[in-house]
Design a protein around this ligand. Structure first.
Ligand code: NDP
Ligand code: PYC
Length: 335
């Protein structure tokens, strides 16, 4: 597979044009293009350009409103809600960002509850910018029913990622971003495309039997939580926080069967942002660094986020890696 390199800004511009041409507002196109290009730049392969056919088939199906105007609600001193209007979650986050930050600075903590929204992306871009402003951020999003709760017989939970970002003195923020199932659904699709098998314990087939075959997981099978009942409990929490608390759908509640081509889960997202300078942790970023150094000291030399930052630095130096086929596909979408 031949690979090309494209400057980040050029990729953003190309993706913006594609989103515009396929039915999104200028604002949504700009936000989604930057998000998708950032994932591609950082080697978040399951949520970069790989996702474009899904975005476009969803827009074409009428399942999502690419022109939605998010409505920001000032609910309480520490509570911002955003009705995404059946649009994407990221433009809704942008619409509420200023009010959220104002409340975080005033109260030391605030949350943003996004509902009626579609999230089809990596979660780290939602939290990393807050840590770059010295804040601690946690994001939770639920997706579509494809994960069997621990001890259960049928899929109910989504792949339900949790992402956390903390400022770190002298370094990029410390960020983790992980699905609460054994592997993200996007990575199962990639494994199937590449003819790879998965490790044991990741999924079951249509009969509920353990399988390492990604095709069988995708063809009527399901994923399993990571860490058994522990990951299952975290996934349950994500359903409650991202859906029940925001007013969004649980992963099992929406029916997209009337919209062939729809791929984006219609759910909710919760963000909690804290200003650590308001408490005893006024040297929080130093403390993060102390903890990281202690982890390194006992042998954990690879921190979450390290691979992405390394990939980002390489992309900044050489351009963002993209297969020639994907680049031709994107350019073809503008013909
Ligand atoms: P991974 O299992 O690849 O990685 C999870 C986290 O662990 C990352 O922060 C990663 O850092 C870190 N990590 C990986 N290996 C190590 C290691 N050896 N030591 C220390 N840290 C490590 O991600 P997932 O498969 O769980 O999720 C992939 C993506 O899918 C995420 O971006 C997630 O947001 C997205 N997703 C989106 C959904 C949605 O509804 N929108 C649903 C489910 C998933 P690093 O990044 O540096 O590799
Ligand atoms: O990879 O699990 C996933 C996923 C679901 C929605 C967007 N990405």
């Amino acid at each position: 597979m031949s690979q090309e390199r494209i400057p980040f800004d050029e990729l953003v511009s190309l993706l913006t044009q594609v989103f515009r041409r396929h039915g999104t507002s200028e604002t949504a196109a700009d936000v989604l293009a930057r998000n998708c290009a950032s994932a591609q730049r950082d080697g978040s392969d399951s949520h970069g350009v790989f996702r474009m056919p899904g975005y476009l088939s969803t827009l074409a199906s009428g399942w999502v409103d690419g022109n939605a105007q998010p409505v920001v609600e000032d609910c309480a001193p520490g509570f911002v809600a955003v009705d995404a209007g059946n649009g994407f979650a990221q433009p809704a986050l942008e619409a509420g960002r200023e009010l959220l930050l104002e409340k975080v600075r005033q109260n030391g903590i605030a949350l943003m509850a996004i509902r009626n929204s579609h999230h089809f992306a990596a979660l780290w871009p939602d939290v990393e910018p807050f840590a770059r402003q010295g804040l601690v951020a946690l994001a939770l999003v639920n997706s579509m029913a494809c994960v069997v709760p621990a001890g259960g017989r049928k899929p109910l939970f989504g792949t339900n990622p949790i992402s956390f970002a903390a400022p770190r003195t002298g370094h990029d923020p410390l960020v983790f971003d992980l699905a609460t199932c054994a592997i993200a659904h996007g990575d199962v699709q990639i494994a199937a495309k590449e003819g790879k098998t998965l490790p044991e314990g990741y999924g079951v087939d249509a009969d509920g039997q353990p399988t390492c075959d990604p095709e069988k997981i995708l063809d009527g099978g399901a994923l399993l939580p990571f860490g058994g009942y522990k990951g299952s409990a975290l996934s349950m929490m994500v359903e409650l926080m991202a859906a029940a608390l925001t007013g969004g759908n649980f992963s099992f509640e929406f029916d997209w069967s009337g919209h062939p081509g729809a791929k984006t889960p219609w759910t909710g997202e919760l963000l909690i942002v804290i200003d650590p300078a308001r408490g005893a942790g006024s040297n929080f970023a130093d403390r993060t660094e102390t903890l990281v150094q202690a982890m390194v000291g006992v042998g954990q030399t690879r921190q979450p986020g390290d691979r992405r930052y390394r990939q980002r630095a390489e992309s900044q130096r050489l351009g963002v890696a993209i297969t020639a086929a994907d680049l031709a596909y994107l350019k073809g979408l503008l013909d």
